[in-house]
Structures are given as C-alpha cells and as structure tokens.
Ligand binder design. Structure first.
Ligand SMILES: Nc1ncnc2c1ncn2[C@@H]1O[C@H](COP(=O)(O)OP(=O)(O)O)[C@@H](O)[C@H]1O
Ligand SMILES: [Mg+2]
Length: 301
C-alpha cells in the first residue's frame, strides 16, 4: 500500500510537483503516466525519502519510507538504473546488496536467472551493460529482499519489446500474489497492458486517476454513418461533442446508446458504433497531458 497526500516540491520559483495525491492498493499495478518533465521522478523520489517535499506527506505500508525498519525487505525501488557501481559485475552488485539485506547468495543466483543475466552476463561489469541490461539488473536489485511493494521509475526505458513483455508478466505476477506496484512511464503503450489503474500527471499536477477500464469507458465511442456531415450536425445539435478521427469516423464523448438514439432520431444509417478503446485512450492521454497549442505542433510535426 502506498499513500501520497498533497505532495508538493518547489525548486526556487519553479513548482515541479503541485499537490499530488493518490493511492496504490495491494494486488494492483498502478501506472504513473506523464510526459517528460511532468514530475514523476520527483514524486517517486519524495515517496522514497530521497527528496524532501516542500509540502505534503507520503507513506508506504502505513509509515513514511524513512521510518521503515528494513526498507529493502519491504519496498523494492528502482529509480535510476545507471546508479549502480559501474566497475562491479552484475553478480557482485547483487551480492553486496544481499549481504546488507541479510539475504542468502542463492537468492542472488535465483534473481540473475529470473532477469536473464546469469552465465557470462553476470560476470560482466555493469558499466559495460546496455541500458536494457541495467534495467534488468535494477529490477533484480529491487526484488532481492522479496518486498511487498515495488516502486519503479521508467523501468521499460531501454528494454526491447521482448523485455517489456517479460517485465509485464513479472509485474502482473507480483501484483497477483498481493504485491503493490507503482510503475512510471512517459509512454502509454509501455504500461497500458499491465496497469490496472492509471494516475496521469502533467505539469506537476494529477490530471486523471482512475481504473484502466473506467478510463477506457470514458474514452467514448467511435461512430460512422453513410452521411458523415449529417451525423456531425446531429451530434452537435444533441450536444454530444465529436472529433473526426484520422480515418474519417467520429469519436464522441458519450455512451453508445445516446449516440444510437441521435442517429435513429435523424434517420441516419450507421455503419459502425463501438467503444473507442485503445485509440481513444491514446487520444485522451494526449488531451490530458498537452495544451491545445502543443497538440497542434505535435500533429504538424
Ligand atoms: N533537482 C532539481 N532542481 C531543479 N529542478 C528540478 C530538479 N529535479 C527536477 N526538476 C524539474 O522538475 C520538473 C519535473 O521533473 P521530473 O520529476 O524529473 O519529471 P519526470 O520524471 O516526469 O520526467 C522538471 O521541470 C524538472 O526540470
Ligand atoms: Mg523521470
């Protein structure tokens, strides 16, 4: 369980994180999503006691992180995969931490195996690892003390698609066994397949906090008619705002039934009416995290 309440961080005149509150429940993976510079790392560093907040508080398993008696045995943290000692091998890094945590060497071997860094790879210096390998080592490091909570900042960064798929399975399994996972990313596709819950941050503020299914439902419906112009007019008249998708359909923020009724009242022939799903979520994420001007630039680019 993670509880964040009103966390704020100011750097001089700049407010990096503004009144951020959310919770992560056991048995769930919470995706912490936001563009670069949104305030994800700052929030996670405050949660883990590495940056002191200007205001607000947070707790892990009911107490502030710094008051956990043996944090490594309770919370697995991966904030910066490149922070490991570059001159040590993967095995040495895990072994040193295992000693500190009071964990046996067999656990080190087990984890090297799990993150696919056993054999020759375990004997290479971490400084010679690719970013993806450093992420795998960081995940092994986070799991070493067999924690109940995982806090991972952009762990998919540098992983190839196979690596992302692997991590998804690992985190799903961790949560299904009752663990709590907080996982950040600036890319929706990296976390939508594993997160049950999404907390979206932009410009230091939380702009959405809901289950993935609720967010998907809120993404609206896609509708298509034989007479597109008449459909647009009818939706506008019914005060159901719609936007034209890239392939010429209308995306409507509303329920399928409401849209169906409008079509029926106007005698329109629909050729498609379905939940907007993934594309809708992408759209929603974009609209939550960018200003209209930034969005136009992105579309023009
Ligand atoms: N140590 C710092 N000093 C000054 N500004 C910082 C510092 N750390 C982060 N920031 C600023 O805070 C904002 C949020 O950064 P960060 O939390 O790293 O975002 P994210 O992880 O979402 O990319 C950015 O504008 C960043 O420049
Ligand atoms: Mg960051």
């Amino acid at each position: 369980m993670i509880d964040i309440e009103g966390l704020t961080k100011r750097y001089g005149a700049h407010t990096a994180v503004q009144d951020v509150s959310f919770r992560c429940e056991p048995g769930t993976v919470t995706g912490f999503l936001g563009p670069n510079g949104a305030g994800k790392s700052t929030t996670m560093r405050m949660l883990c006691g590495l940056t002191s907040p200007s205001a607000g508080r947070s707790s892990v398993l009911g107490v502030p992180f710094r008051e956990l008696p043996n944090p490594g045995r309770e919370v697995g943290v991966l904030l910066d995969a490149s922070a490991q000692h570059a001159g040590r091998t993967g095995r040495e890094i895990l072994t040193v931490s295992a000693r500190v945590l009071g964990v046996g060497d067999d656990r080190v071997e087990e984890l090297l195996e799990l993150v696919q860094l056993s054999g020759d790879r375990a004997r290479r210096r971490a400084g010679d690892y690719s970013l993806g390998m450093r992420q795998r080592l960081g995940i092994a490091h986070a799991l070493l003390g067999d924690p109940r909570v995982l806090v991972l900042d952009e762990p998919a960064n540098g992983l190839d698609p196979e690596g992302i798929h692997w991590m998804r399975g690992l985190l799903r399994d961790f949560a299904d066994r009752g663990g709590t996972v907080l996982l950040s990313s600036h890319l929706l596709h990296e976390i939508e397949a594993v997160a049950d819950h999404l907390v979206v941050i932009a410009g230091g503020r939380i702009v959405a906090d809901d289950s993935l299914s609720a967010l998907l439902a809120g993404a609206g419906v896609v509708v298509r008619a034989t007479d597109t112009a008449a459909l647009r007019r009818a939706l506008a008249a019914a005060e159901l705002p719609s936007v034209t998708t890239t392939d010429g359909a209308q995306r409507v923020e509303g329920e399928a039934e409401a849209v169906g009724r409008v079509a029926a009242e106007h005698g329109l022939v629909l050729t498609e009416l379905r939940p907007a799903d993934r594309a809708g979520l992408e759209d929603l994420f974009l609209s939550l995290t960018t200003t209209p001007a930034e969005r136009r630039e992105e579309i023009a680019a």
